[in-house]
Each structure stands twice: as C-alpha cells, then as structure tokens.
Design a protein around this ligand. Structure first.
Ligand code: RIB
Length: 298
C-alpha cells in the first residue's frame, strides 16, 4: 500500500468568527470560540488519510488538556501515531479569525512543535526513510525540516508554510514545492530574486530556473499553476460557495500527496487536489471539513 509520512505541526485551533477582521488597536465582537484539531502537518496528514492512503505522522503534542483534542481526527482517520510524542509543556496553539467572506488570519504559538527538531526527527528516521512520499511544512524548526528532507528516500513534497529560513540545498529537495502566491514571493526573495515576478506562471518559471524539479503555486479560488520541466500548466478550481477557507491549502497538499503516492502525474494530482480543497471551503473548520474518498467532489 502507498505510504505517506508527514513530518510537521499538530495544533489546537481556537477559532473565532467575525464580520470583518479587526484593524490594529481595534476591538471587535465575534462569536464561536471553539477549540478544534489543526496544525498544517496534522491537517495534511488527515486530508491524505481520509482519502484512503496509509499515513504516518511524525510530530509532538504537549501534556496539556488541548493534546487530546489536537489528536482527535488523526486518530479517527487512522493515521499511524507511534512517532508522535507527548512532550512537557503546551500543545501548539493557533488563534484563527474567520470573516464573513470566509477569509482567515492565523497566529500560531509553536508549543510542542518547537521540539520537532533535527534530533527528534532523526530518532524517528524509520518512518521517514521508508515512506514513498514525505510531506513537510514550515511550522517546525528548520533543523527538523532539514532532517526530514535529508532522510527521505521517497518523493519529497515541501509546503514551506509559513516561510522559514532553510538551507537552499534542503529546499531544492522538493518535488514539488507547493506554495501560495504570497509564500512563493517570499521564497523567491529568500533565494536571492530581488524582483519577484508578477504572475504565478512567471513565479513557477523562475522557481524552476532556480533548480526545483517541480513546483505547484496555489491561488485559492483561481486554482493552481504546475511547473515541471519546461512546462507550465494552469489548473482550474471548481466554482464553489466558500464559507471557510481555513486549511484549504492543507487539504490541497494532503490530497496531492495521496495521489502522488498512488502514482498519479503531478498535473493530475494537482487537479484532484484543487477539487478536494474547493470542497473543504464549503464546510466550516479544517480536518472535519475534509472529504473522504466516498464524497462527491465539485
Ligand atoms: O493551515 C491552517 C492551519 O494553520 C490551522 O489549522 C492552524 O493550526 C495553522 O497551523
């Protein structure tokens, strides 16, 4: 069976709904305030597992009351958790506001995710070395990121979200690099491109010229752009009525990894991921909103 290992963050998400996002210094009334499972790593692992792929998670939660909630959907979706540890201190926490158009802002407090460093990942190397696809993001220390991509013998999917400083050689292990327009611009700056290009197609071309084997630049309701070799392919997104875009990028990455692990081409995997991400925006929340293989996609 195809296997995917996700090395990444596990958070508790504190979600607040607002009509509009507050300006600096402004106080607004909101609603909600529920705590649910999140973290880019965990979201991607759950999105991938719910689509029927065997997934292993490498990560950490704290020893506080949020830990169980953070692990809830990882457990129910069958993700292998023997390489997830409970470490002293708090679980990672994300404070999320979602406005009436479904757009969000997110502030993350690392908590236990800060322990997922090079030594932590190296101690769980079996889970990384054996996987057909390894997925890693930017919500763990750079040394943990480096260890994951260096230990991987399978395909490496990098979603550098948020954009953290990592070694160029480690970043170039990505095949593909998955980034939204904003992250792609920051990565290009990090790689020394002083004038980041204006369009996602141009960004993809410049990233390929920088040495990436392949790139996927996501653009929300505008779909994605896939760059591979000397080909740039636009991927449309189905039209949906979005009510919450939180974690849609993670749904995309998880679905992409699932399809790549089953041998799909990058273009086909991206087209599928785009539909999975679109569906996830029509439901509130992250992991609970992700479809299973039985769901009809838009
Ligand atoms: O991408 C959405 C995720 O970002 C949230 O679940 C939050 O935990 C942060 O990691």
């Amino acid at each position: 069976m195809a296997t995917v290992t996700v090395v990444g963050s596990i958070n508790a998400d504190l979600v607040v709904e607002v009509d509009r996002h507050p300006r600096p210094g402004e106080t607004l009334l909101g609603s909600g305030g529920e705590v649910s499972a999140g973290g880019k790593g965990a979201n991607q692992a759950v999105a991938c597992a719910k689509l029927g792929t065997q997934v292993c998670m490498v990560g950490a939660v704290g020893t506080d009351a949020y830990a169980e909630e953070a692990l809830k959907y990882l457990r129910t979706s069958g993700v292998e958790l023997s390489d997830v540890s409970a470490v002293d201190g708090p679980t990672g926490l994300a404070v999320i506001t979602v406005d009436s158009s479904g757009e969000n802002t997110i502030v993350v407090v690392s908590g236990a995710n800060a322990q997922v460093d090079g030594g932590f990942v190296d101690a769980r190397r079996g889970a990384v070395e054996g996987a057909e696809v390894v997925v890693v993001q930017g919500e763990i220390p750079a040394s943990g990121f480096s260890a994951a991509v260096q230990l991987a013998t399978g395909r490496v999917v990098v979603n550098l979200a948020p954009v953290i400083d990592v070694e160029r050689a480690d970043l170039l292990r990505a095949d593909p690099l998955v980034a939204n327009e904003h992250e792609a611009g920051l990565i290009l700056t990090q790689l020394g491109e002083l004038q980041p290009p204006a369009t996602e197609e141009e960004m993809a071309a410049v990233l390929l010229a920088q040495g990436f084997a392949s790139v996927v630049i996501t653009r929300g309701a505008g779909g994605a752009v896939v760059g591979h070799g000397d080909t740039i392919t636009p991927i449309p997104a189905p039209r949906v009525e979005a009510i919450d875009t939180t974690g849609a990028g993670d749904a995309f990455v998880g679905a992409l990894a699932a399809r790549l692990a089953h041998g799909a081409s990058l273009v086909d995997a991206s087209a599928y991921a785009s539909r999975v991400a679109a569906l996830s925006t029509t439901r509130r929340g992250t992991q609970s909103a992700y479809p299973t293989a039985a769901d009809e996609l838009p």
